[in-house]
Write a protein that binds this ligand. Structure first.
Ligand code: SF4
Ligand code: SF4
Length: 97
């Protein structure tokens, strides 16, 4: 799967970043939920291909994500991460050139 198609858990248009989750790689360990300093993540009720529950953003709390990347650094499966959208746009431009 291309990283362009990995679903976003949230998008902050003002600060130009997004939080992505590669759902089917998630082992459901909940580390991201515990390390998030703003407490915006919770485990959802849907099982993925690994038969694990995956995290989601609490309703209405996406705006409190600070892009600190603690969830990204704490994830043992490398499946949740922050992406600077301006970098993504630059990469897309380079790929087309
Ligand atoms: S980047 Fe930081 S604030 Fe945002 S979800 Fe991850 S741990 Fe929480
Ligand atoms: S830390 Fe990674 S593997 Fe663990 S629940 Fe969060 S996204 Fe899934």
């Amino acid at each position: 799967m291309s990283w362009f198609k990995i679903p976003k858990l949230l998008e902050n248009k003002e600060k130009n970043f997004s939080l992505f989750l590669n759902k089917n790689r998630c082992g459901g360990c909940q580390a991201c939920v515990y390390v998030c300093p703003t407490g915006i993540l919770e485990m959802g009720g849907e099982l993925n291909m690994r038969i694990a529950y995956t995290p989601r953003v609490k309703e209405g709390k996406g705006k409190y994500c600070t892009a600190c990347k603690r969830c990204e650094y704490g994830c043992p499966d490398w499946c949740i991460y922050i992406l600077d959208e301006s970098e993504k746009e630059n990469m897309a431009k380079k790929a087309k050139a």
